[in-house]
Design a protein around this ligand. Structure first.
Ligand SMILES: [Zn+2]
Length: 56
């Protein structure tokens, strides 16, 4: 399962966290803007959600 520990973008306009290593949005976050954990993001990213639901 590529479901991994959550990570998020530092950017304030980003409202979601990611927890699926196949998520292309999550993977597009530049290393410099990447933070581990959910932080204050309340929602999981839609794409991560979908991948998780599909068992990917
Ligand atoms: Zn995601």
């Amino acid at each position: 399962m590529p479901k991994i520990k959550p990570w998020r973008s530092k950017r304030p306009q980003s409202k979601v966290y990611h927890d699926n290593s196949k998520c292309h949005v999550g993977n597009n976050i530049e290393k410099a803007n990447m933070l581990l954990g959910k932080g204050n993001k309340q929602y999981r990213c839609n794409i991560c959600e979908k991948l998780n639901n599909q068992g990917k």
